[in-house]
Design a protein around this ligand. Structure first.
Ligand SMILES: [Zn+2]
Length: 481
């Protein structure tokens, strides 16, 4: 028995040998080297760039970036609370891609305390799962936060080039892995978040250029990526160990908040055409003689299930055969997999098929969906410049919006019989009396030019954000009438 064990140990490659103590001695050494043991709270500040996840101009491009003019994160490790404050501005000229257009300085304040997450202003509650999935894992993705959590958790370790990799499971679900170099310095932390499009999505945080702040070592440069591209590139210029007033308590309204269920509310636009709203993103149902087509599968499986239930209520006896996807931005494509599971063919720009097929191969251990439970091969129809989906007297024309700086492969739809335009993100009707911000106006002008180029006689717009409006609101908002 003893001999067998020895033999087994001998055949394990050196790099995979597990330390007897799960790496606790290395963690202890690192905690001393980095001054983690004496740090109950900390605040770090700086400036840099932020990338907007899932909003790239083309599927292969990195996330579009904005300037981070100022950044401060205050963490209290004992109460597991954190406040992240960021002031962002658009680059000049604005990076091509998505993300809600804004003007001037945009302030973001994100908080977490234990299981509760909220944003300022107004202590706006954020769904309970985000508190753990994103914000608590961010605390463990700081050098001191990683060491503190690893020291009180069951860990596994293995030797890697130049140091040791230590892993643990956070909240019983999320794998967290850090690399500690031979000097006892944390070089990077990896973890995985559930994402409806990307599956188990890697979040990697890399620390370089460490400096000493009164015995506490902290990196001067932090680069975090999510889904393979940069989301934060921060140059740290100030660190305050044991920052005062770092403890945050969740406000009562945040503690009482319930996660709102997705609600689908439909409105008939024409015979066989329904606008399905009720949330932040809309879909449009088009009825054909023997089947149904739905334009857009935004947000999540929950959103898709709510929309599909409404579709089945409106037209009970026809299958959803096609789902038209306007563009690959994650807020517009994260519900697609539900339609694949439903048996629908995805109609999208030719640039997107390979991207979706690759993304959908990812593991989905953190948040399984209908398609991962009942795997099925996705079928696609791809569009270059134009595609017409026709049966009987029903037609939906799809066009590439040429020259679009929001998304390079974005499609819009036109129903010739009803003179209805269906479009995403290029024109969101502003509230009466409100002007479009300059960047939103440039997107609207590109769409307007394409409608002119194609000589489409649009009477009504069914936008995939906001409310249906008569076409005349578009030239008015663009200052063309
Ligand atoms: Zn978009």
């Amino acid at each position: 028995m003893f001999k067998q064990k020895r033999l087994l140990l001998l055949v394990v490659p050196a790099g995979l040998a597990l330390a007897q103590d799960g790496g606790k001695a290395i963690l202890q050494k690192a905690a001393v080297a980095m001054g983690a043991a004496n740090v109950k709270s900390m605040q770090y500040s700086g400036s840099g760039k932020a990338g907007t996840l899932g909003q790239s101009h083309t599927p292969q491009a990195p996330w579009p970036t904005v300037n981070v003019n100022s950044y401060t994160r205050t963490i209290d490790f004992e109460s597991q609370s954190s406040k992240e404050e960021m002031v962002r501005t658009l680059e000049t000229p604005p990076a091509k891609g998505g993300g809600a257009p804004f003007v001037g300085e945009q302030k973001q304040v994100n908080m977490v305390a234990g299981l509760y997450a909220w944003n300022q202003p107004g202590a706006t509650p954020v769904p309970a799962n985000a508190a753990l999935e994103e914000r608590q894992l961010q605390l463990m993705s700081t050098p001191q936060g990683f060491l503190k959590q690893a020291l009180i958790t069951n860990t596994m370790s293995k030797k890697v080039k130049g140091g040791t990799e230590v892993s643990f499971s956070a909240f019983g679900r999320f794998k967290v892995t850090g690399v500690i170099n031979n000097q006892g310095i944390v070089e990077k932390v990896d973890t995985w978040l559930p994402h409806p499009l990307l599956g188990d999505m890697e979040m990697e945080t890399v620390f370089t250029d460490y400096k000493d702040y009164g015995g506490v070592k902290f990196p001067s440069h932090i680069v975090q990526s999510q889904g393979g591209h940069m989301v934060l590139d921060l140059n740290v210029n100030n660190v305050v160990p044991n920052a005062p007033n770092a403890v945050l308590l969740a406000p009562d309204n945040v503690k009482a908040a319930k996660t709102a269920a997705e609600v689908a509310v439909s409105q008939k636009l024409a015979d066989g055409v329904w606008f399905i709203g009720g949330g932040s993103h809309n879909s449009v149902l088009v009825e054909y003689p023997t089947y149904l087509a739905v334009v857009e599968a935004p947000l999540s499986e929950e959103r898709s299930l709510a929309v599909i239930a409404e579709v089945k209520k409106l037209v009970p006896n026809k299958p959803i055969r096609y789902l038209i996807n306007t563009h690959h931005h994650f807020d517009h494509s994260s519900g697609l997999r539900t339609y694949v599971a439903e048996g629908a063919t995805i109609i999208t720009n030719e640039g997107n098929q390979a991207y979706y097929e690759q993304a959908w191969k990812a593991q989905r251990t953190l948040s399984p969906d209908n398609l991962s439970r009942m795997p099925k091969k996705a079928t696609f129809i791809t569009v270059k410049d134009k595609y017409v989906l026709t049966e009987g007297d029903r037609s939906l024309e799809l066009y590439l919006n040429q020259g679009d700086n929001h998304n390079g492969g974005i499609l819009f739809g036109y129903l010739p019989k009803d003179k209805i335009l269906i479009e995403a993100d290029d024109f969101t009707p502003p509230a009466p009396g409100t002007a479009l911000v300059p960047l939103a106006k440039t997107f609207g002008e590109t769409l307007y030019d394409n409608l002119q180029r194609l000589k489409l006689d649009v009477q009504q717009i069914a936008p995939l954000h906001g409310r249906p409006v008569p076409f005349a609101e578009m030239p008015t908002a663009l200052g063309k009438s």
